[in-house]
Design a protein around this ligand. Structure first.
Ligand SMILES: Cc1ncc(C[n+]2csc(CCOP(=O)(O)OP(=O)(O)O)c2C)c(N)n1
Ligand SMILES: [Mg+2]
Length: 584
């Protein structure tokens, strides 16, 4: 009777007292221990979709002051946790319920694995006292997640909850970064114990702070190699940005006058126009350099498994992971360590040792590359400024690049139109380029955009989608609006899964090649209208820029995401698509 009266009461305090479990500060539940451990790790935001198995974590987050961003599909939550890690340099965290909550997040975690992004996935599970009994949403989550994480485990006791969160975080940052998965059964999560019985590792005291330079003798060797090189080049991969080694990397390029090339998340480490920034002459550099240093990116399909690199040059590879060095391609010198620490130490070891004659040779080498870059741009100019209708996808890419500001984070999520955009779009600052990475997952864009805007509320976020990609995850644009994180969505709409369609057409001909790859004509601008945002259809190339500017203004005014749906020519493709290089 007393309970019924309390529930009826409009007094919030009374209701809260009723709802809350123990109010004794010395008593703590598993969910609260998750939140305490996340807080100790520096996590300020979790991305999640609710379920009965995990709600105690939310309750803990309220006390710990951790922001809860609840989305409409767990795939977006996982991509957002990945995107948040990339943008903040801290551990990303996604929390899903048991069963389908976990399976929906699989693509996001797999993307984080191939992109080496530190993401902790915490998932619910049936209570231990129903272990293997066929509980609601029961699945062998740990078995499922093990091959796509660096660490996957079940937490078996409430006392160990925080300890295992700390353990998982340690694994995420061990060597090359990556994701971890923790399954927490419902009774372990809900149980209350005395705080003194819980293992609760203190902030900053359960992980090494080492930023390793590896073997100092290798630093000396590399300094010698670089000082003596006449035509050196350095490719900076995603680890350089992920481990925040960009300042040292840029200092090395400038200090030793070396042309820099940039991969994935490291695009934007130098702005376009910087004398050490190169991007259209990678093949030339790989063929003609006398020394090539590859930092923080594997010899995978994006580098033709290393086969596109000349056999005659001195090849050096630096990576955070022993397993990556020398894989697929023999190297002359392999170093394992933190990219920033290694590059900083190399610059120091080489400092003052670059002879004038070598510097002159390098400047000639860079002038030769600069000339080749200009020629390559000139070659593309015709399509960049094409005024054909239907709109040429290269024209869209060119307009997008012109539209970017110093503060625009650019995200690519799609097939061919996005591949094309990589030829024109030049991010202006570190961290301003986001792509799915080696897993090539369509659908990353919405989660990345949400995360980028939440991490940097004062920056502009622009996501360029293919129409196929947009259809996969766009509904979480509502989440972005709900949390005051609006972004600009641009769709390159060819009413098809065009990157795949090209290969089918060339293999099976026009009669049989248009199967399983055509989509309907969708006026996606109305999607923005439905969510109270600005939307516009663009069919005239001259209207691209004005439409983008109108969208920018509308977002500033309304704080709602906008959609500019640009109808592009379905019969134009990227050269990589035509040569099917992604499969070679
Ligand atoms: C989740 C996922 N499913 C399928 C693919 C294979 N795939 C690669 S590109 C592509 C077409 C994408 O179409 P769209 O986003 O419209 O871009 P377009 O190629 O048409 O420019 C597909 C289906 C993939 N990479 N990821
Ligand atoms: Mg398409």
């Amino acid at each position: 009777m007393a309970i019924a009266q309390a529930v009826k009461s409009t007094d919030v305090t009374a209701r809260d007292t009723l709802a809350r479990k123990s109010t004794d500060p010395n008593i703590v539940s598993g969910g609260h221990l998750v939140a305490k451990a996340l807080k100790n790790e520096g996590v300020d935001t979790i991305f999640t979709l609710c379920g009965g198995h995990i709600i105690d974590i939310y309750d803990g987050c309220l006390d710990a002051g951790i922001r809860i961003i609840d989305v409409r599909h767990e795939q977006t939550a996982a991509h957002a946790a990945d995107g948040y890690a990339r943008q903040t340099g801290t551990l990303g965290c996604v929390v899903t319920t048991a069963g389908p909550g976990c399976t929906n997040a699989v693509t996001g975690i797999a993307t984080a694995l191939r992109s080496e992004s530190p993401v902790l996935h915490i998932g619910g599970q049936s209570a231990l006292n129903q272990w293997k009994m066929g509980g609601l949403q029961d699945l062998p989550h740990v078995d499922l997640m093990r091959p796509i994480t660096k660490f996957a485990a079940t937490v078996m006791s409430t006392e160990r909850v925080a300890d295992m969160v700390a353990m998982a975080a340690r694994e995420c940052f061990a060597g090359a970064y990556g994701p971890a998965y923790l399954e927490i059964p419902r009774d372990v999560l809900d149980r209350e114990i005395e705080l003194s019985r819980a293992t609760l590792p203190a902030p900053g005291r359960y992980r090494a702070s080492t930023k390793s330079i590896g073997d100092p003798r290798d630093i000396e060797k590399l300094a010698d190699i670089l000082v003596n090189a006449e035509r050196p080049a350095i490719l900076l991969g995603q680890q350089v940005w992920a481990a925040r080694g960009h300042n040292e990397a840029v200092a090395l390029l400038r200090g030793l006058d070396i042309p820099g090339y940039f991969n994935g998340a490291s695009r934007g480490l130098l702005p376009p126009g910087d004398p050490h920034h190169f991007d259209r002459t990678r093949s030339l550099a790989f063929a003609k350099a006398d020394v090539l240093v590859i930092v923080g990116t594997p010899f995978d399909f994006r580098m033709g498994y290393g086969r596109r690199i000349s056999k005659d040059l001195t090849l050096v590879q630096i990576d955070m992971d022993y397993r990556t060095v020398g894989k697929n391609r023999e190297v002359d010198l392999g170093l394992v360590g933190d990219p920033g620490a290694v590059l900083g130490a190399v610059l120091q070891a080489a400092s003052g040792r670059l002879k004038t004659d070598k510097r002159v040779l390098r400047q000639q080498w860079m002038a030769q590359l600069t000339e080749a870059e200009a020629a390559a741009t000139e070659k593309l100019m015709g399509v960049f400024v094409s005024d054909q209708t239907p709109i040429h996808p290269y024209r869209v890419a060119w307009e997008l690049n012109k539209f970017l500001t110093e503060d625009t984070i650019y995200i690519g999520d799609g097939g061919d139109v996005v591949t094309i955009s990589a030829q024109a779009v030049r991010p202006r600052a570190p961290g301003h380029w986001m792509d799915p990475g080696a897993l090539g997952s369509l659908g990353v864009g919405t989660g990345f955009a949400l995360a980028a805007k939440l991490a940097h509320p004062h920056k502009e976020v622009l996501c360029y989608y293919g129409d196929g990609s947009f259809g996969m995850t766009a509904f979480d644009m509502e989440t972005a609006n709900r949390f005051g994180a609006p972004y600009l969505a641009v769709v390159g709409n060819n009413s098809a899964m065009n990157q795949i369609r090209y290969g089918q057409l060339s293999k099976y001909g026009s009669q049989r090649g248009n199967v399983g790859n055509k989509l309907g004509d969708v006026a996606f601008s109305t999607f923005a209208h439905m969510l109270d945002g600005y939307g516009e259809e663009v069919r005239d190339p001259r209207e691209i820029a004005p439409a983008l500017h109108r969208a920018r203004e509308a977002i500033a005014k309304t704080s709602k995401s906008a959609v500019i749906n640009i109808w592009v020519d379905p019969d134009e493709y990227a050269p990589g698509t035509k040569n099917q290089t992604m499969y070679k």
